[in-house]
Design a protein around this ligand. Sequence first.
Ligand SMILES: [Fe+2]
Ligand SMILES: [Fe+2]
Length: 228
Amino acid sequence: MVNSNIDLKKEQQATLNTPRYKYSLMAKIFFAGMNIAAGKKDDLPKAKLLEILASIPYRAWEIRHYMKLTRKFRNINKVEKYQTIIDWGRVAQDNEYMHLLVIHEKMKEDGIKDKWYLKPVFAYLIVLSYVIIAKLMAFFSQKRAFLFNAQFENHAESVYANLVQDNPQWEDEKVTNELVKMYADVDTWADVFRRISLDERDHMNHSFEFCGKPELVHKYEGMPESYT
Ligand SMILES: [Fe+2]
Ligand SMILES: [Fe+2]
């Protein structure tokens, strides 16, 4: 999955230098809600919450399109289209889950405790709300659901690029954790989080492709092929 030829530092700068996508009102409300729950400052516990939520739409789309596959099995064109969404959704949600594990390992290493909103009862309520939002959005307009997700991913990409900038000590912190090495075979924690930021850009790019806005894809050297 990880292309070692990518210049992660250059891409982090590209993220920092690129203006954020123009967020919809709904996305703005969503990010404001996250700031109310987790605080304005981006840190690892907040990134953990972001990752707990990140896989939800992909899982919702996967289940939804498996059902559509069964209903439309006679129409090969639709079957192929649904299958590409499922394939991407599976890869993306596994990738988001890996991000969650990596952040958890870093927090353990640094002795950072979970904040109140990560306690099971609060996390459950936040997750439940987002499951309902994700399912409703996909039900009313799958295209809009892709677009909303592109905004979520655009936001996530910048959160990680900023975290690396705000934590210069990560440049000297070597990665020794086996699980984290399995995710990305890089030397420093700064590069681990740069790689996560770029994964989020990939998720955004594919979301833009699926919602029919390929012109909004943020290209870079060594990026994965299109899914659509
Ligand atoms: Fe992620
Ligand atoms: Fe993502």
